[in-house]
Design a protein around this ligand. Structure first.
Ligand code: PBG
Ligand code: ZN
Length: 326
């Protein structure tokens, strides 16, 4: 005869008790929905490697924002696909740039929508890199900072509620903070993409935004996937420079890093469930190989469990619908 065990057994924990002891939960209010804005009117083109995600012209945004708000999604991040690109990414900081126009339109149509703008040059440069380049093709860090500050100020002038530098130049958070303060936007928070790996998972995004580097890669300024301690150093620098929130990107292959960053600094930490993570799930689901609803909710929950306070995800609309269904 064995000894009786008094450990709680899973069998005894019924549905109601499961809810009582559950440690993490997903909510539509956790999601930030990234989307792509392009020139033109009446445009709603599905991105081939991202089924369910569209390049939309500005006239489409009102209906889109209302749909999101109805689903309980209150945070968005617009990415711009400019009419023209040039060496210095001038479309990124133009007064009437595509993102600036989109933000104004969103704020007119749905003032309650909270708009977070990605600050980078790569969607706007002809070479597809995140900064200015010298003759040898290397990124000029300090010269780029000035432009990034202009990008952020122009976005906030257009109505953005928060800015999120994703370029990975050194010193960008301090440069953007100083420029925002000087322009009078002392209360606009900065969400720093502090920990951004040089990743294969950005492939579908670069198709969508036509922003793949024309030569070379981003390894000079994005992080080596082998490094976790470096992530802590990057996050610490951004905090010192004035970041209000931190981001880890991609999310799924870096949940250990997300947890470490969150546990070390106790700062609000956002996970970016990137385009390649989305594409993998969509492809497998389209083939009937996985149960999409189950896998998406499980994946997003894992990011919350690892410590994310919010998740940037292209699954936001589907997930919000599924959560509402219960
Ligand atoms: C701009 C930026 C990128 C993503 C977010 N901001 C592209 C990149 O770094 O290549 C990718 C997001 C995704 O894959 O969903 N720097
Ligand atoms: Zn970039």
């Amino acid at each position: 005869m064995g000894f009786p065990t008094y450990r709680p057994r899973r069998m005894r924990v019924n549905e109601a008790a499961r809810n009582l002891i559950r440690e993490t939960a997903l909510d539509a209010g956790d999601f930030i929905y990234p989307f792509f804005v392009c020139p033109g009117t009446g445009v709603r083109d599905e991105i081939p490697s991202m089924p369910g995600v569209f390049r939309m012209s500005i006239d489409q945004l009102e209906a889109e924002m209302k749909e999101l708000l109805d689903l309980g999604i209150r945070y968005v991040m617009p990415f711009g696909i400019p009419e023209e690109k040039d060496e210095v990414g001038s479309g990124a900081y133009a007064e009437d740039g595509i993102v600036q126009q989109a933000v104004r339109a969103i704020k007119v149509a749905t003032p309650d929508m909270y708009v977070i703008c990605d600050v980078c040059l790569c969607e706007y440069t002809s070479h597809g890199h995140c900064g200015l380049l010298d003759e040898a093709g290397y990124v000029k860090n300090d010269e780029t900072l000035e432009l990034l500050a202009k990008v952020a100020v122009s976005q906030v002038r257009a109505g953005a509620d928060m800015v999120a530098p994703s370029d990975m130049m050194d010193g960008r958070v301090a440069a953007i903070r100083a420029a925002l303060d000087e322009a009078g936007f002392v209360n606009t928070p900065i969400l720093a993409y502090s920990v951004k790996y040089a990743s294969g998972y950005y492939g579908p995004f670069r198709d969508a935004a036509d922003s793949a580097p024309a030569f070379g890669d981003r390894r000079a300024y994005q992080m080596d996937p082998a490094n976790a301690e470096e992530a802590l150093r990057e996050a610490e620098l951004d905090i010192e420079e004035g970041a209000d929130l931190l981001m880890v990107k991609p999310a799924l292959a870096y949940l250990d890093v997300l947890k470490e960053v969150r546990d070390t600094f106790g700062y609000p930490t956002v996970a970016y469930n990137v385009s390649g993570e989305y594409a993998m799930v969509k492809a497998a689901a389209a083939n009937g190989w996985i149960d999409e609803k189950r896998v998406v909710l499980e994946t997003l929950l894992s990011m919350k469990r690892a410590g994310a306070c919010a998740i940037l995800t292209y699954h936001a609309k589907d997930a919000a619908r599924w959560l509402a269904e219960g």
